[in-house]
Ligand binder design. Sequence first.
Ligand SMILES: *[C@@H]1O[C@H](CO)[C@@H](O)[C@H](O)[C@H]1NC(C)=O
Ligand SMILES: *[C@@H]1O[C@H](CO)[C@@H](O)[C@H](O)[C@H]1NC(C)=O
Length: 501
Amino acid sequence: MPAAMLPYACVLVLLGAHTAEAADTAGVGHLRWEPRCQQPLLNRAPVTTLLPPRLDGPWISTGCEVRPGPEFLTRSYTFFPNRLFRAYQFYYRDAACREPAHSLLIKGKVRLRRASWVTRGATEADYHLHKVGVVFHSRRALLDVAARLDQSRAGRACARRLPPARAWLPGALYELLSARAERDCAAALGFTMHELSLVRVQRRLQPKPQAAPRLVEELYLGDIHTDWAERRHYRPTGYQRPLQSALHHARPCPACSLIARSDEHHPPVLPPQVALPLRLGGRWVSPGCEVRPAVLFLTRLFTFHGHNRSWEGYYHHFSDPTCQQPTFTVYAAGRYTKGTPSAKVRGGTELVFQVTRARVTPRDQVTTAMLNFSEPSSCGGPGLWSLGAERDVTATNGCLPLGIRLPHVEYELFKMERDPLGRNLLFIGQRPSDGSSPDTPEKRPTSYQAPLVPCDGVAWGLSRAPQHQPLPHKRPCQGGPQEAPLCPLLLALGLAILQWL
Ligand SMILES: *[C@@H]1O[C@H](CO)[C@@H](O)[C@H](O)[C@H]1NC(C)=O
Ligand SMILES: *[C@@H]1O[C@H](CO)[C@@H](O)[C@H](O)[C@H]1NC(C)=O
């Protein structure tokens, strides 16, 4: 999803009551680069979650998506009022979603059940598949799928049902799954729709210069396990990048109408993407409250010093899905290596990050008490913890009760993209779904988390002149992480570096 769709939000600032005035006086259209983290002030209308979620209607990807593997795809799902759904998944050979390989047509029924006890803010659902069909867009795509099926015994029986490559017919639809015929070859392909078992629908307003804000509706569906072997059994506790309503999506979105118009015979071919070199320098921030599987709510803020390849990150943790109730903050810092292009995930860059220093700030009573009672040698050494007071945990090799181990190395995958508004987005590798950390090259991610957005002009990639008058109001978060106490809800931080992040 191009980040144009994200509220460029210091979401915590957005939620701070004292910022309301500033937003009023700033007005829509004052898109200045300087207090980049403040931009959400312009997007004051808070994000609202529809409970129960209303799924009816067409929902689409807003760009090329990357799933663990990697798999490159776009999606177009339609839910009907009678609970039936029809979903298209378009798969591609390339990382820009320009060379369609095969398309899946998935039909079934979905039923919302109850609010999730595990992932607060989400709704659990049951689904049932009626049919899954596949259309191959090239002979090669047919061979690739047949080769994948050939890897298991169940799959080999399924592979025999496909035509030999020389008999490939453009446009022919082959049935992979049929509830009526009790046949399931989709499973042998690693296909599931477990993403439908966790849903959340959000509404927000996209500010428009010189115009009324536009309504944007987003559909969050369950995350895909990073380990292929676990996919079939994994019940999601986090989300993928959201789909957006085909009727109410953020604009501009060149990919949206292409995806909305597509079907299994006419897969969308996305517009070419300018390849962006990875330029990490500057500060990058989560545009909203992030939900991680298993289940963490957090915001992250990173600073990369390109000239000496060092980085610092803040992770602000919360107990609620709107990131309003802080629990603790972790500051981590270290060095990183020069990036090299990824052979496995085209368009990605591989880096190695080291975490050598860390500090922890408890932000609620429970965490403070927990740290108070922990073995001093396991977190921070002798001395008491008190609410809001930061302590260095480097000397104790991290903080065991919080799962922080130092020194620590992570094998990372990064990517930079430019959204349709010309803004840079920083994608960092998806964390292993089992909660471990990518501390060996084999565990390096093959997909990405929700992107970070630049916090200031340096990383912005645009030299947009500050042509509007400055915000007349004191900026509550100005000055960066060191001033966090002035802005207790300051966004947070962080690379994906700590083992449980
Ligand atoms: C790298 O440079 C930044 C300032 O540009 C400085 O704050 C930081 O401490 C330096 N890091 C290391 C590891 O030298
Ligand atoms: C931490 O321990 C100190 C001393 O025992 C105590 O005064 C303080 O209230 C404790 N804090 C919490 C949150 O338990």
